[in-house]
Design a protein around this ligand. Structure first.
Ligand SMILES: NC(=O)c1ccc[n+]([C@@H]2O[C@H](COP(=O)([O-])OP(=O)(O)OC[C@H]3O[C@@H](n4cnc5c(N)ncnc54)[C@H](OP(=O)(O)O)[C@@H]3O)[C@@H](O)[C@H]2O)c1
Length: 309
């Protein structure tokens, strides 16, 4: 398996979770991996992985981004792939989010990828490389308490589409990978902020917040039995995300979007998108009939078939 490729890939947020799995996955396959992390202890851990060069990289810090770019340039191998993975979660009623908190989540999840991409885009154009943004199924659906997080992932969808259109003429393909629930540290990492937010929720939402806080104290079973549902989630291994990112990086015709997760999660996204389509159709200007909508769907499917390589 360990054949050497000279293609190098930068991954942001590689200390834990999806980014860490991906760093190992690519390094095992012989790629040169630049793995971004913020803490000295994480950088030291990453340095032990064969084929991985740790890079101090906080995506909200322009100086660290510039230094990372200088380091990659200095290594002389260029850059083939950028995976914008770093991200934060945190839940809470919208009323409980301060301006600063809202700006922070956008700063990491949206402006982070924008900043890092702009720093590395010339290297990626030189290599006719790839950019992969780690979005979320929350980029297409949302729910109460998930407002700000899903707002950032919706923004990342638009960012990816626009960036792909702008960079394709220069030989760079951009994709977004949209995981459902994945077993990582995101829950634990975001829990203190989420907890504090529910604790300081003001009237008239405080009673509802208390109920949520009570639900946090219920023990969660490690391996929930029975079919998956809203309250019985079956998170996936990070491996399914790495497999999708790999395709986006190396397939000759990468897809713009990679939905990954369980079948239940996929159904939830498709149904939400269909419901949204019906919302858009339900207006005085058009309002197509069922048959007309089916015809439009058939036309889209035919166009897609035609454009397949
Ligand atoms: N897990 C899921 O269910 C799931 C589902 C859909 C999408 N995602 C997305 O997957 C991506 C990775 O999340 P994960 O689930 O693997 O969570 P995770 O284990 O918490 O990893 C998040 C990573 O982002 C890093 N990070 C946070 N703030 C940063 C900053 N300012 N600059 C640079 N790095 C920063 C963290 O570094 P530190 O260790 O230094 O904090 C960590 O390496 C995120 O974009 C997330 O939204 C996750």
């Amino acid at each position: 398996m360990n054949t050497l490729h000279n293609k190098s890939i930068l991954i942001t947020g590689a200390s834990t979770g999806i980014g860490n799995h991906l760093a190992r996955y690519l390094a095992e396959r012989g790629y040169v991996v630049f793995a971004g992390a913020r803490k000295e202890s994480d950088l030291a851990e990453l340095a032990h992985i064969d084929g991985v060069t740790p890079v101090l990289l906080d995506v909200t810090n322009p100086k660290q981004i510039q230094d990372a770019c200088d380091l990659v340039t200095h290594m002389g191998g260029g850059l083939y792939g950028l995976v914008n993975n770093a991200g934060i979660g945190e839940l809470g009623l919208l009323d409980a989010w301060t301006d600063e908190e809202m700006q922070h989540i956008f700063n990491v999840n949206v402006f982070g990828p924008h900043r890092v991409t702009n720093a590395f885009v010339r290297l990626l154009i030189e290599s006719h490389g790839r950019i992969v943004n780690i979005g979320s199924q929350g980029g297409m659906i949302t729910n109460k308490y998930y407002g700000p997080y899903t707002m950032t992932k919706h923004a990342l969808e638009a960012y990816t589409t626009a960036l792909n259109l702008e960079l394709q003429p220069y030989g760079v393909w951009v994709s977004i990978v949209q995981p459902g629930g994945v077993i990582t540290n995101i829950g634990a990492n975001s829990f203190p902020g989420t907890l504090a937010r529910f604790e300081c929720t003001r009237p008239p939402f405080d009673q509802e917040a208390r109920q949520v806080l009570e639900s946090f104290s219920q023990p969660a079973s490690d391996e929930p039995e029975g079919p998956e549902s809203e309250t019985n989630r079956k998170p996936s291994s990070p491996e399914i995300v790495s497999i999708a990112v790999y395709d986006a990086l190396f397939s000759s015709h990468p897809r713009l979007r990679y939905l990954v997760g369980t079948r239940w999660e996929g159904n939830r996204v498709l149904n939400a998108l269909l419901s949204r389509l019906l919302d858009e159709n339900d207006n005085p200007q058009h309002g197509y009939s069922r048959d007309e909508l089916v015809k439009m769907l058939d036309h889209q499917i035919a166009m897609r078939e035609q454009s397949r390589p």
